[in-house]
Design a protein around this ligand. Structure first.
Ligand code: BES
Ligand code: MN
Ligand code: ZN
Length: 495
């Protein structure tokens, strides 16, 4: 997909389709008005017919325009004639791009960033066009014989007044980087477990390192992890024929010796549950248990492409969780890299066993903050559904920064308490900690477990079990929380 900024007047443009906004009560946006003037009142005529009321998300494609270098016009309802909420702006964008699917339209000019949006400037509005369009156009066709996609759009020009060209250009750069990061995350996440193994993820990281010389990639093999004493992580991979990998992506865009932001991802390429085997229905979706790891790759791609002046370390703890003669058994006691011992009461609570060693390993990077992303608990779906990701952490400033980034990116979070009282639930009779805390507050007790390995730094945990992919007829990866983390990093770079 090609994206560009356009400052020339609408009537001079050439394209297969021009997208303009209309409001309720027959009111035209500035761009719709200028098109209306240049087409002898065509837009007003269409509105008067009542085929579109201007409600947010409605669309009408005008398919033949006389004597015009613009071949079609897509009218998009924006709602009431006042500043839109960010969410409604994105809803209108989504409706626009979806209505171009299954048409032959290749080149598009989009004027929707002219709309007023609450608390948003030209940069944000431009960026969102790219993020929303790119997200909607994505289709996972790698294993389809027919690779034809619904959208034929190849080029999108985003109009902007000359005075705001700089902001639009900055939005374009960010939008392209974030969209590419989201795309990589979705692609890796949608790949099946027989292709996307820990070894495959490590190879993809090395590929990314070749594409972006600012990224240094290194891989720990099981023998290396053995030497480091990563007994919790290795106990999970012992039940799998696929060797585990700990992947490090090192991006140094900031000051030499500046403390890095460490991003840790759960990269469980398939979670069968181990000896505490999961039920069959929906088990295919456990190929998505590596979405946290894929988020690290996508976010580092975006950061490297934006050349953010920050030091960032990405860590992906990658393994499978399978039932096997050598797999973890309920009751087994492990020694983690930190020296703390863990009683495995349920082998399906494997994510925390990977993450605890990754957290301990993170200490050696002398982190400024550590943020982990994991499809960690089904309980998070019960608590929050599929709207926000769960947020827990040991530092209010970090949590508030993440909440703010969630608002700006509309890739939202909801914070849950990490109170002392919950720690009772993960006490073990036989080891320092139990790996599960019973059926109450499963998302919180999982984070309580992790908190024992994050005592030496500011840490936040994102439970993305409900947000990393969609289930049902539109099953597929979302690429979340790449937009949120990209926003957090952008904010850090400017703060
Ligand atoms: N990867 C799963 C969590 C999960 C389940 C995410 C369903 C999304 C949808 C995790 O490894 C797991 O199995 N967690 C257990 C924990 C329990 C045994 C305490 C769960 O949520 O059932
Ligand atoms: Mn599990
Ligand atoms: Zn899991």
């Amino acid at each position: 997909m090609e994206y560009a900024i356009e400052t020339a007047p609408l009537e001079t443009l050439q394209c297969d389709c021009l997208i303009v906004g209309v409001y309720q009560d027959l009111q035209l946006s500035a761009s719709a008005n200028s098109v209306n003037v240049n087409t002898q009142g065509l837009i007003n005529k269409i509105l008067a017919r009542g085929d579109i009321s201007g409600k947010n998300g409605e669309t009408v494609l005008i398919n033949a325009i006389q004597d015009s270098s613009i071949e079609r016009i897509l009218l998009v309802g924006l709602g009431e004639n006042q500043a839109l909420s960010g969410k409604n702006y994105k809803k209108a964008l989504l409706a626009a791009i979806n209505s171009l699917k299954k048409t032959s339209i290749k080149s598009v000019v989009c004027s929707l960033a002219d709309a007023d949006v609450i608390d948003a400037d030209r940069q944000w509005k431009t960026r969102q066009i790219i993020e929303v369009f790119s997200d909607a156009i994505y289709q996972f066709t790698a294993y389809k014989s027919n690779k034809e996609t619904d959208s034929k759009v190849e080029k999108i020009c985003i109009t902007t007044p000359e005075a705001e060209r700089g902001l639009a250009q900055a939005g374009l750069t960010q939008g392209k980087a974030i969209a590419e990061g989201v795309n990589l995350t979705k692609l890796l996440s949608d790949l099946p477990g027989n292709i996307c193994t820990p070894t495959y993820l490590a190879e993809q990281a090395l590929e990314l390192g070749k594409q972006y010389p600012s990224l240094d990639i290194s891989i720990l093999e099981e023998a290396d992890m053995e030497k480091l004493g990563m007994g919790a992580l290795l106990s999970v991979s012992r039940g799998s024929r696929q060797p585990a990998k700990m992947i490090t992506l090192d991006y140094r865009g900031g000051e030499k010796n500046g403390k890095p932001i460490v991003l840790i991802g759960k990269g469980l390429t398939f979670d069968a549950g181990g000896i505490s085997l999961k039920q069959a229905p929906g088990m295919d979706e456990m190929k998505y248990d590596m979405c946290g790891g894929a988020t690290v790759l996508g976010t580092l791609l975006a950061a490297a492409q934006m050349q953010l002046p920050l030091n960032i370390i990405g860590l992906i703890a990658s393994s499978e969780n399978m039932p096997d003669g050598d797999a973890n058994k309920p009751g087994d006691i492990l020694t983690s890299m930190s020296g703390k011992t863990i009683e495995v009461l349920n082998t399906d609570a494997e994510g925390r066993l990977l993450l605890c060693d990754a957290l301990t390993y993170a200490e050696r990077f002398n982190p400024d903050v550590v943020i982990d992303m994991a499809t960690l608990t089904g309980a998070c779906l019960v608590a929050l559904g599929r709207v926000p990701s769960g947020l827990l952490g040991n530092n209010d400033a970090l949590c508030n920064d993440l909440l703010a980034a969630g608002e700006t990116s509309t890739d939202s979070l909801w914070r849950l308490p990490l109170w002392e009282e919950y720690q009772e639930q993960i006490k073990s009779n036989f080891a320092d900690l139990a790996n599960v805390g019973g059926k109450d507050a499963g998302t919180i007790t999982a984070a309580c477990f992790l908190s024992h390995f994050a005592e030496n730094f500011h840490w936040a945990h994102l439970d993305i079990a409900g947000t990393a992919w969609r289930t049902g007829p539109t099953k597929g990866a979302t690429g979340r929380p790449v937009p949120l983390l990209s926003q957090y990093l952008i904010n850090r770079a400017h703060g």
